[in-house]
Write a protein that binds this ligand. Structure first.
Ligand code: HPA
Length: 273
């Protein structure tokens, strides 16, 4: 298990690489959404491999580096590529960068992802504000001795996603004519897609979208008191809804197609928070 000193070591190196630049917001870019990074002019680029104790991204569409710069008048740190548990990393590895951000004084998180639509009123290409999550399986990033420096042993999860952030993002998206949903994200470890029976079960449980990320990071961010905006891009309908197989390429393509739109809203959101 990682010790608190391992996090301090990573945070020291990240701070050193940032060379006096002090980001206030962490943005995690999901599958196909990495293009938001192009909006930073002259970013500081830090490959994950340069940070001690940090793992690297192996998933398609995930570059595996931090970018730092100004966006929407804010100093931001972006993760172009995240770490997933399905890559073989431990849950604590997947949330390591969240805790580094906390140690750097960042208390705002925008976390994005691609997901399958479970709610049959959703359409591919639409956005969903994450109002809550369901995670009934898979390892929890807070397993093991509690690191009190980050937060309490039994953290409250009754409002993981910030209501004011949701309302602000909704106003922006709607001002651009977006039909934005608000719903529950069901976390699966992956890497396989779900079966139609699993999707039917998730719908009965109250889920609107399903994906393989975001929840570990949100748990760790909430544990250390961050305000969180969770954004889902529905890239496909979940298994069994349409009579067609799911593919990773389809997800990346849908992500790329929506990337500019979503990047614009995130930039405007940064201007108002
Ligand atoms: N299931 C799980 N993860 C996903 C999906 C899906 O249908 N689409 C994009 N990520």
């Amino acid at each position: 298990m990682l010790k608190f000193s391992d996090y301090l070591k990573g945070a020291d190196k990240l701070r050193e690489k940032l060379g006096g630049f002090e980001p206030e917001v962490l943005i995690i870019l999901g599958s196909g959404l990495g293009k938001l990074g192009d909006r930073l002019s002259d970013p500081i680029i830090i490959p994950y491999g340069e940070i001690p104790n940090m793992r690297f991204s192996t998933a398609p569409g995930h570059a595996g580096r931090f970018l730092a710069g100004e966006l929407g008048g804010r100093k931001v740190l972006m993760m172009q590529g995240r770490l997933h548990i399905y890559e073989g990393w431990e849950a604590e590895d997947a949330v390591f960068p969240i805790r580094l951000a906390h140690l750097l004084g960042i208390n705002k998180l925008i976390v994005t992802n691609a997901a399958g639509g479970i709610n049959t009123s959703y359409k591919p290409g639409e956005l969903m504000l994450i109002s809550d999550f369901i995670k009934l399986t898979g390892p929890d990033p807070l397993t093991g001795p509690n690191l009190d420096e980050f937060g309490p042993r039994f953290p409250d999860m009754s409002k993981v996603f910030d209501r004011e952030y949701m309302a602000a993002f909704r106003r922006i998206a709607e001002s651009h004519g977006e039909n934005i949903h608000e719903g529950v994200y069901y976390y699966c470890t992956g890497p396989r897609y779900e079966t139609p029976a699993e999707i039917r079960a998730m719908r009965i449980l109250g889920a609107d979208a399903v994906g393989m990320s975001t929840v570990p990071e949100s748990i760790a961010a909430r544990h250390c008191g961050m305000r969180i905006l969770g954004l889902t891009l529905v890239t496909n309908m979940a298994a069994g809804i349409l009579d067609q197989p799911l593919s990773g390429e389809e997800v990346i393509e849908a992500g790329n197609a929506a990337s500019d739109r979503l990047s614009g809203y995130v930039t405007e959101f940064l201007e108002v928070i």
